[in-house]
Design a protein. Structure first.
Length: 306
């Protein structure tokens, strides 16, 4: 009730969800020149390749496009010239775990920024297409993203006694009404190298302790880690992570010119029309589609493919 009197609460909230226009501190900045695309599972190769094609076409200032995957480089055909593939091997969960592919995808995503070679790197989900270059200069110890509504701490609400990791008690960011959305994250090279190893450790500890009643999310441990590292978080606004199916799904529409990163949008064949002309009317599936196809258990995914 009196959280605003707590110095820790005031300190963290002052460094959380900062509008981009108010974010510059005068410290040294570097431009974003790498884009990193985690792409896990054979069934996501097509969308990861498409994301790379969009990045080269519409973000020409990028120096490199890095696909980080569990698939071999030979599986990716039609990649643009700036793209390269890094293949990682990550541990599997036991056979009884219901979300093995999602768990594996998060392990790779969390490590993916470490494979960027330039000083400023942006990581995007494989179903996010860049429609223009993010004109972004990044500072150390700062994470640049979009924000979504929802308390991350709610992921622990129904955890059995002793199954919710103790380090979430007393954290601030997981309890706030808004949270960093990890589909579009930018930071400096050294910031990523501080963040990713700890993010990986918290993710593994959280979801090896919790049961598999829900898909494992990388955003819950990220929220707690931002407290621990005392990073600033800057809100780039909705245009960098614009939810296509939610905004225009089910209705033939032209993508607004303001969109920087278009998240989702199925079927992928509609995006081919955009590559021909950004003024094309596109018809994407509605907003319930993504959750149905992206957060299936392994058994549900197997049934759906049969």
């Amino acid at each position: 009730m009196f959280k605003f009197l707590n110095p820790k609460y005031r300190h963290i909230t002052a460094r959380h969800n900062i509008p981009l226009a108010q974010a510059a501190s005068g410290a040294k900045t570097v431009p974003v020149t790498s884009v990193v695309i985690p792409c896990v599972g054979e069934d996501y190769i097509e969308e990861g390749t498409l994301s790379a094609v969009f990045a080269e076409r519409f973000a020409p200032q990028l120096e490199e496009i890095v696909i980080v995957s569990d698939q071999p480089a030979s599986a990716f055909t039609g990649l643009p010239g700036k793209a390269r593939v890094v293949t990682l091997n990550v541990p599997e969960r036991d056979d009884s775990y219901r979300f093995k592919q999602i768990y594996r995808s998060r392990l790779i995503k969390i490590q993916a920024p470490l494979y960027a070679r330039t000083e400023g790197a942006l990581i995007i989900d494989s179903d996010l297409n860049l429609l223009q270059m993010p004109e972004l200069e990044v500072e150390e110890n700062t994470l640049y993203s979009s924000f979504r509504q929802g308390k991350m701490i709610a992921k622990l609400a129904n955890a059995p006694e002793g199954k919710a990791p103790a380090y979430y008690q007393g954290t601030i960011r997981p309890t706030l009404e808004d949270h960093v959305n990890s589909a579009f994250l930018a930071a400096t090279h050294s910031t990523w190298h501080r963040l990713c190893p700890l993010w990986l450790a918290l993710f593994r500890d959280t979801w090896e302790l919790m049961d598999d009643s829900q898909p494992p999310t990388d955003q819950l441990p990220l929220a707690a880690l931002l407290d621990l590292l005392d990073f600033k978080t800057v809100n780039l606004g909705d245009w960098v992570n614009w939810p296509v199916s939610k905004r225009i799904g089910g209705t033939p529409s032209v993508i607004p010119k303001e969109v920087i990163g278009a998240h989702g949008g199925f079927p992928l064949s509609e995006w081919q029309k955009y590559l021909v002309s950004p003024d094309s009317e596109l018809l994407f599936k509605g907003q319930d589609y993504t959750r149905k196809v992206r957060y299936l258990t392994d058994a549900e995914k197997q049934t759906a493919s049969e």
